[in-house]
Design a protein around this ligand. Structure first.
Ligand code: 4AD
Ligand code: MG
Length: 444
């Protein structure tokens, strides 16, 4: 009789019973007649205890000579141990090697410190380390929770095309390709323009997919390929949009806290900071003017290095300072229209401002959400397209939406990787996605 197969995440349900785990050898420590192998199986890690006197000679010898990351099927009995990271240890009784890595070609990632370039070059292997695996599990939950929030609140998912004839967020960041004989196509920067159309068909919609920007800048926050989730709602104004963003982010943080406390501990994230976000109470809201004043005061007190110029967008030190004043995400609304996209509705109280909002994550993670109310008047939109020197032909269909049953409508986009960086407390977005695409890297 073979012991039932389970996973490391589930060993707590099998304390005192023989079980089988299928995984890899993550680490091995030997201390005289005692071996301490650490196994991983994709759901977590567990330390095994192997006393020479209590296992067959063959099992002891096999484990003792096993190279790191060799694949193994292990039989053993879990035991609760409060000092163990996951809460359990495994009394190993048997081991079957699926593939032993030869000594001459050892696994390249060792326990010593590797440089980031080396790790990114070996990203296909780096993702096996417990911290990277934990990040990818949290990412999956963030994506599921994000979609779930809209799915359970009356939204219909409508997938926009990835190959598009026109720009959404500005022409300088487009990836261009030939589209058969004499047409050009561009990889989408955002599904927004298309889901404005589906919102006018279905009311409340969202899209969720990869988006692309030929970002020439090397920063901690920019990828050239990233995943965006975007809701778009007919008859919604800016205030309603801010409420939607708040409910959405709160839901995501709650879901992560429900199921990933172990993973967050492995990653090293301070859970109290996330609990503060999920606690009752509204997210703070600041107008651009108020945020600007906050920066002027901070500069006068010597708290930030560079003065903020009124009218300019916020730089990343500005965003960090603003977000550090709060323990919840902060919503900055009504930026100068001149620094924002062509499709944003002007504020009727001051048409130099746009009815838009950027949500800045706590702890200096910067903008995670950008959104706005959209221009709903045909003539105004047409003049905006002209002023931005966008090709009118490609925008005919988009203008039609203002010609036939136009309504006020609003939406936002959240970059999944920025959200993962914030929730996991990661310095750089390259660790938030299985295979990051950046200015300098498209391998592996
Ligand atoms: O603020 P952005 O450019 O807004 C839009 O694309 C709108 N069309 C969305 C909408 O209203 N439906 O981008 C939205 C979010 C940012 O807040 C950020 O989280 C993420 O997308 N983002 C990036 N993430 C990683 N790498 C990049 N290069 C990113 N550019 C934007
Ligand atoms: Mg933005």
């Amino acid at each position: 009789v073979t012991a039932p197969l389970t996973t490391i995440a589930e060993v707590g349900k099998h304390v005192g019973e023989a079980i089988t785990l299928r995984g890899w050898l993550y680490n091995l420590r030997a201390s005289g007649k005692l071996l301490f192998p650490i196994f991983r199986d994709g759901t977590g890690t567990i330390q095994g205890i192997v006393p020479k006197a209590q296992v067959s000679e063959e099992v002891f010898a096999t484990l003792k000579g096993l190279t790191l990351e060799s694949s193994v099927v292990i039989t053993g009995t879990p035991r609760a141990d409060e000092r163990a990271p996951g809460g359990f240890e495994l009394d190993v009784t048997d081991v079957k090697v699926t593939q032993a890595i030869p000594e001459e070609t050892p696994y390249p990632i060792t326990r010593k410190e590797h440089g980031v370039d080396f790790l990114m070059e070996h990203r296909h292997l780096w993702i096996r380390t417990p911290r990277q695996s934990a990040i990818l599990r949290v990412r999956a939950t963030i994506m599921r929770a994000a979609a779930e929030y809209f799915d359970t609140n009356g939204f219909t998912r409508t997938d926009p095309p990835i190959l598009t004839p026109n720009a959404c967020e500005g022409t300088s960041e487009l990836f261009e390709m030939d589209y058969f004989d004499d047409e050009k196509a561009y990889l989408t920067q955002s599904g927004q323009l298309y889901i404005e159309a589906t919102a006018l068909a279905l009311g409340k919609v969202y899209s969720f997919g990869p988006t692309f920007r030929a970002e020439k800048s090397k920063t901690r926050r920019h990828l050239t390929e990233f995943w965006m989730i975007e809701p778009e709602v007919a008859y919604l104004d800016l205030d309603g949009l801010m409420g939607l963003a708040e409910g959405f982010l709160t839901h995501i943080v709650k879901r992560v806290l429900e199921t990933h406390r172990n993973d967050l501990a492995v990653i090293g994230k301070d859970i109290a900071k996330l609990e503060a976000v999920a606690a009752p109470g509204e997210f703070p809201k600041l107008s651009y003017d108020e945020a600007h004043q906050m920066l002027v005061d901070a500069h006068a007190k010597g708290l930030i290095e560079n003065p903020h110029e009124y009218g300019d967008d916020f730089g990343s030190p500005d965003e960090t300072y603003i977000s550090n004043q709060f323990d919840k995400p902060v919503m900055v609304h009504r930026y100068p229209a001149a620094v924002k996209a062509f499709y944003m509705q002007p504020d009727p109280k001051d048409p130099t401002k746009a009815l838009c909002v950027d949500v800045l994550a706590p702890e200096g993670y910067g903008e995670i959400i950008g959104g706005s109310q959209r221009v709903d008047d045909y003539d105004l939109l047409k003049s905006r397209i002209e002023a931005h020197e966008l090709p009118m032909d490609a925008f005919q269909w988009y203008l039609d939406l203002r010609k036939y049953g136009s309504v006020p409508h609003s939406g936002f986009g959240m970059g999944i990787e920025r959200c993962v960086a914030w929730i996991c407390g990661l310095e750089h977005v390259r660790e938030t996605i299985p295979f990051a695409r950046t200015l300098n890297r498209i391998y592996p």
